[in-house]
Design a protein around this ligand. Structure first.
Ligand SMILES: [Mg+2]
Length: 168
């Protein structure tokens, strides 16, 4: 169980991702979480840096999809600005929404990465599907009370992974 929470890669920010390295790892499709990954929690404003990053992904030929547990109108608004497909109300870490995203992108699990800020939804779900899981710390510290409780557990889990050398 614990192993399934361990991301394959950790980046300090999505802006630090090395796209060529992803290509070298055989990644052709990338699934993005929405809240606290692409935008701050419950905010719909994309930073110019993120907009530019998504353009760079597109220029390199990546297939992209947003996968979020949030309601459709919020996910759709961001997806429209970025002009990429989305799956909303995803109930991550369930497998079915991840399958749907793969289907939309037309990529297999072994050539797909998922990028998100939550171990118990994005990373666990991605690992269950055997995707290339990338964990990025949350963009803002504002979130649901229930999420904040989960964060404390996350911190313990991350600490343990670091101690065991699974993560840098
Ligand atoms: Mg998130």
């Amino acid at each position: 169980m614990l192993k399934k929470l361990c991301p394959k890669l950790q980046a300090n920010s999505i802006l630090e991702l090395d796209l060529d390295e992803l290509i070298d790892s055989g990644i052709k499709g990338v699934i993005f979480d929405l809240d606290n990954t692409l935008v701050e929690w419950k905010k719909d404003t994309l930073s110019q840096e993120v907009i530019d990053l998504i353009s760079r992904f597109k220029d390199k030929g990546f297939k992209l999809c947003i996968l979020s547990n949030a309601l459709e109108h919020r996910v759709e608004a961001v997806a429209q600005v970025l002009n990429i497909p989305y799956v909303s109300r995803a109930i991550k870490p369930r497998k079915s929404p991840f399958r749907k995203a793969l289907e939309i992108m037309g990529t297999g699990p072994e050539e797909t990465a998922v990028i998100g800020d939550q171990l118990f939804t994005d990373i666990l779900g991605g690992n269950r599907m055997e995707l290339y899981t990338i964990w990025t710390p949350p963009l803002s510290s504002t979130e649901l009370l229930s999420t904040r409780a989960v964060r404390q557990i996350e911190r313990l889990v991350i600490k343990r992974f670091r101690k065991k050398g699974f993560l840098k």
